[in-house]
Design a protein around this ligand. Sequence first.
Ligand SMILES: Nc1nc2c(c(=O)[nH]1)N[C@H]1C(S)=C(S)[C@@H](COP(=O)(O)O)O[C@H]1N2
Ligand SMILES: [Mo]
Length: 182
Amino acid sequence: MLRHWVFALILLVSGIAVAPFAIAGDAGEPVVLTVTGNVAHPNRGALDPFDDAVFAHLDVKFDKGFTFTLADLKALPQQTAKAKYNEWPREVTATGPSLADVLKAAGAEGKKILVQAIDGYAPEFTADDVARGKLILAVEADGKPLAMGGRGPLWLFGPRDSFADQQDEEGFAFAVIRIDVQ
Ligand SMILES: Nc1nc2c(c(=O)[nH]1)N[C@H]1C(S)=C(S)[C@@H](COP(=O)(O)O)O[C@H]1N2
Ligand SMILES: [Mo]
């Protein structure tokens, strides 16, 4: 009987001790975003052609990166943006961290910010575009998490005038998996 109590106590204490230290990609949660290029405090190394199969197929190259799970992105300050572009059937309200905060969390700095989707679509933005603070990396739209096969895992989103020379929704990559900063 005493053994059970001791065991329960150990579980409780270790649970409390371990929970706050969950590390990106470490707690059974998949990585949804990898920031590569000029990353000040990387938490992963170079592209592995086997493990990083999609990146390899996209002909991506990197020597280090900083990874985020969905929980990591939701732990950053959340912004909400509304937009209705010409071809859309309705206004969309999307929520997620600003692109600026994501890059800050990764320690990523540079002039060119390439936002790459799983299909290879990869619009490029400037540091000035990011500094406007209007571009968000949406994790949900209209109250629903973004689905794989839909616009998930992440959707670059913003209102009109989110970046220089914006043409409607062009540049708003859905199914974003990587950001490269040079
Ligand atoms: N992953 C991905 N995102 C993308 C594109 C794409 O080809 N792949 N096209 C972009 C362009 S050019 C436009 S105009 C819009 C079109 O899709 P939507 O109007 O359904 O958002 O998505 C943008 N996001
Ligand atoms: Mo487009």
